[in-house]
Design a protein around this ligand. Sequence first.
Ligand code: SP5
Ligand code: ZN
Length: 341
Amino acid sequence: MKTVFSPLHSLRSAKTELDGGILIEPHEKPSRAETILARVRSQTLGEVIEPDEFGLEPVKRVHTADYVEFLEHCWADWVAEGKPGEAIPAVWCGRGMRPRMPKDIDGRLGYFSFAAETSISNGTWEAACASANVALTAQKLVANGERAAFALCRPPGHHAHADLFGGYCFFNNAAIAAQAFRDQGYERVAILDVDFHHGNGTQAIFYDRSDVLTISLHGDPDLVFPHFLGFEDETGEGDGKGYNLNVIYPPGTPYSEWSRGLETACKRIADFQPSALIIALGVDTFEEDPISFFKLKSTDYVSLGERIAQLGLPTVFTMEGGYDVDAIGVNVVNVMQGFES
Ligand code: SP5
Ligand code: ZN
């Protein structure tokens, strides 16, 4: 299959991630994408193409105009205030306070985020736009008849809500691609999120809709990020009731257990009869991942790809998490090779 990749991803190169009370080098760093790209090439997975430019219209089908505007100007506004470091939110609208957008940049950082580990840095906007274009280009390839395409997105997207950044995510690339399918007349779209973390943004964006089925398999939010969404009793609301599925697992989960949830997910997707499928692909489920607690092995990713292929659907893979850079290329390309086998 073809891979869509933009060198502009490297403009997202934050120096800081707030972790354990100190600022560390971010886990979500440029070498992740470069390592995946190198493996795509060395395994001759298929042609690598650069994205087309889609502008902000398809982004704003998912994200609010005030959020997009905030992201575009955040870095300049921050620098104009004379701040010495990267832009990190430090105040939120806590329970009982008023959810209105403040003028001040510190206030707006809190208003448009749900987590503080993700610093906004110079170039973040440009890279986030390029990442959305990568997803939209892969979507277009599939809409034009390719069986599947790999959107090598960076920064990732699945934690981003309509108007919130966090979890290393700014634009929800998978949601933007799903909405593009809908806007092109695809009646039902399924999004299966296999990243270690709950796809909270994707769930929230489609929570009251029955036209986009959202499923996420992830670590128990009682124990891990994002903590405040992703429990199994969240099944959708209004028209969306029954169109969200969460499967949660405890620490130490191996593929033999994880794949039971995958089976449940695949059956639900088959029942839904979508005309397209998006896989939000994180490989932070890997046994050596530095911030996660599942025990998937590199060969398990081949099995995952094979199972997804059995659904027989036009499929877009969007890259999400995965922080063991030494193994990320092998693990990601294993999914694609399993899919194509
Ligand atoms: C896209 C994606 O995978 N985002 C994940 C965001 C996780 N952010 C919180 C990370 C907390 C890391 N804590 C490290 C503890 C190491 N023992
Ligand atoms: Zn993740």
